[in-house]
Design a binder for this molecule. Structure first.
Ligand code: NDP
Length: 493
């Protein structure tokens, strides 16, 4: 695979591409083969401060807030078109950044374009309310942008997460500073070139490329940032909240999950087998909503596990740009080591390793951070591999006896992000979903995500919702306006 060496990729601050103030850079390497893909400026706190200042000025003084919503909408439509024009290039860059198979990256790119289009449509639908109040007056409610938004995203869906953050924030009329993961800034950089071409006023959209320590912390702590939107691990989410208390900035959090995918004995068997595998192994399992706990009714437990094992050889490992590959490498060496440590933990806890648990023997894959799809069987709910987010291709199978057992085990977690239910009994499906403490649920499917629907979790899986109508609400303040129609003074004194 060819290495593309270009000049250092810089950050987009106040409408201009700028190197890091300290001159620091970072090499971005392809997780599938270790090849150098690009060199990127490494942001410091100072870069973050400059970007925040630019966003502050653009919000407080710039033309952005007074721009008609229709003009904001048109800009967002242009971004959607810009993404579509460069779709192939963006998809292959995404593969070389984070390792996912090309077909998945293509889906992400298309969905990112759709996201900008969805919020372009919503920009002109932001509306208020008029209320009848017990006075001679008119009282109404208007929605206004929050201000400067700091947006911090992870490495597993770099372009799509950027779209989820930028689309609603811009539709609502905010200005922003985006910080992608230090591991995967490349498609965000290309996205900002598209934003630049679309013609956003200087300072409205700013990109800093650097680590959470320093640059990310500045976004969370800064008194000049009005809202912080974060997607990532729950531990980091807690730090973000603590940092945000300084000026009590608004915060939305999309955090981790240990999601139950529940298969009842009356499920469509073949569909459930596919759904269990896809739920666990799509995007190498590096998905916050991965169905990483497979709860299977005991009567079909062995049969289902055998059917899954029979299909495991179809999950072809390889570089995401190779034809037919279904599972790419993990994002980094450090992350693979973390996932491997969980495999060791599972073994030591007494879970039964059915497949995987090791690096592939194929020497062609030795240069990437590959790990075979791994299934642990006979996992009990108290084991760490049943409770902690592994964020890799590791599935824990937990047998259960009754519907009540399934619900109890499913909810026995500090997380509450997603859950799946497989049954042909429609009454049972609704009964179980009603009992599940999770923000995203699927019946007889797993993983489809729609820009139109709210995305987020219960419990320690986050605060607030992204996407859908709820997603734009998270970027709006609400103001009441009271107009007095009495002409006489109130005569109180
Ligand atoms: P993190 O939560 O550490 O990173 C997510 C984002 O937050 C990155 O941009 C990161 O920057 C940034 N960040 C890290 N620390 C801080 C901080 N103190 N202040 C501000 N920003 C910060 O996730 P990791 O990438 O380290 O992954 C750790 C675990 O988190 C995973 O193993 C997985 O369990 C979970 N995770 C969950 C995701 C989800 O979608 N829910 C997504 C990714 C991870 P940078 O990377 O540049 O240092």
């Amino acid at each position: 695979m060819a290495t593309t060496m270009t000049a250092t990729k810089t950050q987009f601050i106040n409408g201009a591409w700028q190197a890091s103030r300290m001159g620091a850079t970072r090499e971005i390497r392809d997780p599938g083969n270790g090849e150098l893909v690009a060199v990127v400026s490494e942001a410091t706190r100072e870069d973050a401060r400059l970007a925040i200042q630019a966003a502050r000025d653009a919000f407080d003084q710039g033309p952005w807030r007074s721009l008609p919503a229709l003009d904001r909408a048109k800009l967002l439509f242009k971004v959607a078109e810009g993404i579509r024009e460069r779709a192939d290039e963006l998809a292959s860059l995404e593969v070389r950044s984070c390792g996912k198979p090309l077909a998945e990256a293509e889906y992400d790119v298309a969905d990112a374009a759709n996201c900008f289009e969805f919020y372009g449509g919503l920009a002109t639908k932001i509306h208020g309310e008029t209320m009848q109040v017990p006075a001679n007056g008119i009282s109404f409610v208007v929605r206004e942008p929050i201000g400067v938004c700091g947006q911090i995203i992870p490495w597993n869906y770099p372009l799509l997460m950027a779209a989820w953050k930028l689309g609603p924030a811009l539709a609502a009329g905010n200005t922003l500073v985006l910080k992608p993961s230090e591991l995967t800034p490349l498609t965000a950089i290309e996205l900002f070139k598209i934003l630049e071409t679309a013609g956003f006023p200087p300072g409205v959209v700013n990109l800093i490329t650097g680590p959470g320590a320093g640059a990310g912390e500045e976004l969370a702590e800064s008194p000049f940032v009005d809202k912080i939107a974060f997607t990532g691990g729950t531990v980091t989410g807690r730090k973000i909240v603590q940092a945000a208390t300084g000026n009590l900035k608004r915060a939305t959090l999309e955090l981790g999950g240990k999601n139950p995918n529940i298969v009842f004995e009356n499920a469509d068997f073949e569909a459930a087998v596919d759904g269990a595998l896809f739920g666990a192994f799509a995007n190498q399992g590096e998905v916050c909503t991965a169905g990483s706990r497979l709860l299977v009714q005991r009567s079909i437990h062995r049969k289902l596990v055998d059917a899954m094992l029979a299909k495991i050889p179809r999950i072809k490992l390889g570089h995401g740009l190779e034809a037919g590959v279904k599972m790419g490498p993990l994002v980094s060496e450090a992350h693979r080591a973390k996932v491997e440590s969980y495999i060791e933990i599972g073994r030591n806890e007494g879970a039964r390793l059915l497949c995987g648990g090791r690096r592939p023997a194929d020497p062609d894959l030795a240069r990437g951070w590959f790990l075979e799809p791994t299934i642990f069987d006979d996992v009990t709910p108290g084991m760490r591999v049943a409770r902690e987010e592994i964020f890799g291709p590791v599935l824990s199978v937990i047998p259960f006896d009754t519907e009540a057992d399934a619900i109890r085990i499913a909810n026995d977690t500090e997380y509450g992000l997603a859950a799946g239910v497989w049954t042909q009994d429609i009454t049972q499906a609704h009964r179980v979903v009603r009992e599940l403490r999770a923000g995203i649920t699927w019946i007889n499917t797993y993983h489809p995500t729609y820009n139109e629907l709210p995305w987020g979790g219960y419990k320690q899986s986050g605060w607030g919702r992204e996407l859908g109508l709820h997603g734009i609400e998270a970027y709006l303040e609400i103001k009441q306006v009271n107009v007095n129609l009495d002409t006489a003074p109130i005569g109180w004194y």
